[in-house]
Design a protein around this ligand. Structure first.
Ligand code: ZN
Length: 284
């Protein structure tokens, strides 16, 4: 992991010397990569994909597209918008992926490289970021108040991934499990799957966006009234029922839109770029 990141950095480093621009409303791919590495604390976070510039494209970036996943549909939208870079939460080259450039990866990579578009991906560093991260941004959308005194979103030990699960309180309109589920449905535009008694009073919650149903036992040990993530597994049902901690699966995609959109907005403002958040439909 670390090795991959260093490789991509050194490649860009060479590129920068000859092509760095001081023009307004643009940033070099290298400078954007360095800025985001620092801003998202990339070097300190152990992950199972390379975080940063995953595929090098044109050296100067003026227009960026942000989206949840580097799918073919997102690349096509980026081409239509004439974007110079794509910024995603789910990039490519995951730890156990087939290393060959064949099939789906070939098709995506070819289209991206034919159009000279940079691909930047930030996975766990974006999930846990205390302000622009997925957990932080979901709380903002939902009106949840993160508990003070808890180190939210900070990874103390990269092996344990402490801080991936946030704790907090629901807002005044979400006092029962049914109200909380309805509020999620209306604010995220997707009906969640709910496990538990809809009349159950809810005060304290824990959440981790995306596919974090496997952390339900950590949420149970936090003694919260409900745990919220994106997806659900067969065993999640039994863990929720037997512990009495309600569970809401609000959608992997639906819970992870907000971090990358916020990050895109942030870098656009920082460097004066044009930014489009593109929401590719995904019911999962
Ligand atoms: Zn995810």
């Amino acid at each position: 992991m670390k090795k991959m990141t260093q490789q991509s950095k050194s490649k860009v480093g060479r590129l920068t010397k000859s092509t760095q621009s001081k023009a307004k409303n643009s940033v070099s791919a290298s400078d954007l990569s360095s800025y985001l590495a620092k801003y998202l604390n990339v070097a300190k976070i152990k992950d199972y994909c390379p975080n940063g510039l995953q595929v090098q494209g044109k050296p100067i970036i003026k227009t960026i597209v942000s989206g949840v996943t580097a799918s073919m549909a997102l690349i096509e939208e980026a081409i239509a918008i004439k974007a110079d870079a794509i910024l995603v939460h789910h990039g490519w080259f995951w730890k156990n992926d087939d290393a060959r450039i064949v099939g789906q990866l070939h098709n995506r990579l070819k289209l991206l490289m034919d159009h000279d578009i940079n691909l930047f991906a930030y996975h766990l560093p974006l999930d846990v970021h205390p302000e622009l991260g997925n957990n932080a941004q979901l709380a903002k959308v939902m009106g949840w108040k993160p508990l003070s005194g808890v180190k939210q979103g900070l990874i103390e030990d990269p092996l344990i991934l402490d801080g991936l699960i946030w704790q907090g309180r629901t807002d005044a309109s979400q006092k029962t499990l049914g109200q909380l589920a309805r509020s999620m449905a209306s604010r995220l535009g997707r009906d969640p799957l709910v496990i538990g008694d809809l009349k159950k009073p809810i005060q304290t919650i824990a959440w981790c966006t995306g596919g974090a149903q496997g952390y339900i036992n950590q949420a149970i040990s936090m003694k919260v009234d409900a745990y919220i993530s994106g997806e659900v597994s067969e065993q999640t049902f039994h863990a929720a029922r037997e512990s009495g901690v309600a569970y809401i699966a609000a959608g992997h995609h639906a819970t992870e839109r907000y971090g990358i959109a916020a990050l895109g907005g942030h870098v656009a403002k920082q460097f004066g770029l044009k930014h489009h958040f593109v929401d590719i439909f995904n019911p999962i």
